[in-house]
Design a binder for this molecule. Sequence first.
Ligand code: ATP
Ligand code: PLP
Ligand code: MG
Ligand code: NA
Ligand code: MG
Length: 297
Amino acid sequence: PSETGRVLSIQSHTVQGYVGNKSAVFPLQLLGYDVDPINSVQFSNHTGYPSFKGQVLNGQQLWDLIEGLEANDLLYYTHLLTGYIGSVSFLNTVLDVVSKLRSINPKLTYVCDPVLGDEGKLYVPQELVTVYRERVVPIASMLTPNQFEAELLTGLRIQSEEDGREACNSIHAAGPSKVVITSINVDGNLLLIGSHLKEKGNPPKQFKIAIPKIPAYFTGTGDLMTALLLGWSNKHPDNLEKAAELAVSSLRALLQRTLDDYKSAGHDPKSSSLEIRLIQSQDDIRSPQITFKAEIY
Ligand code: ATP
Ligand code: PLP
Ligand code: MG
Ligand code: NA
Ligand code: MG
């Protein structure tokens, strides 16, 4: 069965390039979802460039859009997806949005990418960490932190795959029944760790996928990864490892294409962050060849 749904996606918009909603909306549409984007910021380009300009939506402006939808009975969603959020006031309004959507659809799935930082560096204000830990994580259905974010949210140090599994257990105890730590770095190798708590009281079903590291820096891949995990885990609700295999396999094909295109255009892929070849990879998103297998623990 090809389960689909209607997704409210609250993320960044960039005029040029693919991060935030620009890297999440198109793939979800390709997988058959109706996607309604709310742009939390509108920037000329992503923040990895030497400069950027644009506008930031505040919490009240977000709430205005929600009220507009509600006034016309347009607030029925199967999924809420959130990514980078820059301020406590906006995050507090997102919490209100979750309550409002769940008052209309109690079965709403909230997929939260708790974007806080990467590789030891925080890129949101420090006070957001507490709000995520205390108020957002407990109401999320699925969480997709990276290694650093999982550490910040659990207070655990992650240096091995066992540590990664422990962090997933700790996140389950806080609320989410599905957790994907999108990568942990163990001895220079990338590992995705997934965990599905099917029934409270029983141990979660856990797995890993080894991801060969490509020597280049991409932007928008975290946002794409979470969107693909939403899309596939909804189609395979009882098989998170299959969803992760599909997501990683799509991503891999896209990253390889991105790398090849930059190289044939004469660019050094190590010298700057690469814009992903999202549109060119639509076949790999719609029907990925599984090239990465999960190993169940
Ligand atoms: P994480 O860093 O934990 O993967 P993130 O939210 O910081 O999560 P990204 O760093 O963009 O997001 O990574 C998301 C996914 O993209 C990874 O799971 C991996 O599959 C893929 N990916 C990103 N960069 C690389 C790379 N250099 N080599 C191989 N895979 C990559
Ligand atoms: N949103 C905006 C506005 C950005 O500038 C960036 C990265 O520069 C991202 C999101 C992050 O993208 P990702 O973590 O998916 O690489
Ligand atoms: Mg990362
Ligand atoms: Na992530
Ligand atoms: Mg990320």
